[in-house]
Design a protein around this ligand. Structure first.
Ligand code: SF4
Length: 363
């Protein structure tokens, strides 16, 4: 396939594998931040091409996985209100709340629909002026511009029956949580290329300096990831801690400036709870006060509702690189994609789902 095959070339992968063996002299642990990278690593066996000294651990960059149970409960409550048309990406429908998921609510008669863009939800609002249309705005910096655009358009067009249930999280504060943990073993990062395509990578430079960790902005194809790991190990071996850009075909240092401006126009930075991790200061986006009319939590009076995380699932430790999915006693037994106990087994970017799909027989 054009533009894909060249990033999956087996001979080039072998050359990177041999190059890594040549430059690696001692043990190193690297975290790939993004769940999309985790899936590529497990699917293509990239970790099996590395020297035994190099360990990859999986990071918190799966938006569905880090959405707290509290938000799922709010989504369920709002979706259950008569006259609400609740829109979401498909993955979110199967993330367990305390006693049920959105799919169960839909099966019980609520109007819950899968959409592929927040702008589709906005169209539904315009087509159904007597209904309250809510979009579950989950994601990292990558999805923030489209969600911001939906609010911007709704405001411009005077659409009053459209709101967002916002659960946006930001990558850099989560990296700092990982690095600050007493259990941290991460010595270098592969940063998520698509996040940096929006935000650029200037935010990562103080983190690299403060914690003395190399950070390599990396893409998602096998050769991207191998090259990112190679650049990271080369820095570690040379005693450098810089931000480098492997994904230069998509990422510029300043990111996508119009998209960043739109995010700033619509959203403000504030504290946010992460599933399995807890509240992280300045790690999320909420609507700016002047767009408060588009905030579903306010419109439906659920802003102050709280819920405790269930304890059986150790995904919080997996998302911080402290454990791997096969370390979970429930993995593949009580917890499967058909009967998930945690979001990391549901999402197409979840580490538990990746190990279940590609590694079950080996572990
Ligand atoms: S296997 Fe299931 S219970 Fe265990 S960490 Fe993963 S999602 Fe949670």
């Amino acid at each position: 396939m054009r533009f894909i095959d060249e990033y999956r070339d087996a001979d080039a992968a072998l050359r990177y594998s041999l190059g890594l063996k040549r430059i690696t002299t001692r043990p190193w642990t690297i975290m790939e931040v993004c769940g999309g990278q985790t899936h590529a690593i497990v699917k293509f066996g990239i970790d099996e091409l590395l020297p035994p000294e190099v360990t990859l651990v999986h990071g918190p960059g799966c938006p569905v996985c880090v959405t707290p149970v509290e938000l799922i409960e709010k989504a369920i409550e709002i979706a259950s209100i008569p006259n609400v048309l609740f829109c979401s990406f498909g993955d979110m429908l199967r993330v367990p709340g305390l006693s049920k998921d959105l799919l169960t609510v839909k099966a019980g008669g609520a109007d819950v629909r899968i959409v592929y863009s927040p702008l589709d939800a906005l169209k539904l609002a315009r087509d159904n002026p007597s209904r309250e249309v809510v979009f579950f705005a989950v994601g990292f910096e990558t999805t923030a511009p489209a969600n911001a655009m939906a609010v911007f358009q709704a405001s411009r067009l005077g659409v009053k029956n459209f709101t967002l249930l916002v659960s946006h999280v930001l990558v850099p504060p989560a990296m700092e949580v990982v690095l600050s943990s007493s259990e941290n073993r991460v010595q270098g990062f592969l940063a998520a290329g698509h996040v940096c395509a929006v935000m650029g990578y200037t935010e990562y430079e103080p983190i690299a300096q403060k914690y003395r960790v190399p950070i390599v902005v990396t893409g998602f194809e096998p050769l991207d990831i191998l090259q990112g790991i190679y650049m990271c190990i080369r820095q570690l071996e040379e005693g450098r801690a810089e931000v480098e850009n492997q994904y230069s075909r998509s990422v510029r240092r300043e990111g996508n400036v119009p998209a960043r401006k739109l995010i700033q126009e619509i959203f403000r930075v504030g504290p946010r709870k992460w599933r399995g991790i807890g509240e992280i200061p300045q790690s999320g986006l909420g609507l700016q006060e002047k767009y408060a009319d588009y905030d579903a939590e306010r419109r439906f009076g659920v802003a102050h509702h709280t819920a405790e995380e269930p304890t059986a699932c150790i995904s919080g430790l997996i998302l911080q690189g402290i454990k791997k999915p096969p370390d979970c006693p429930e993995f593949g037994l009580r917890c499967t994609p058909e009967h998930p106990l945690g979001a990391t087994m549901v999402s197409s970017e979840g580490a538990c789902a990746a190990y279940y799909q590609y590694r079950r027989r080996k572990n």
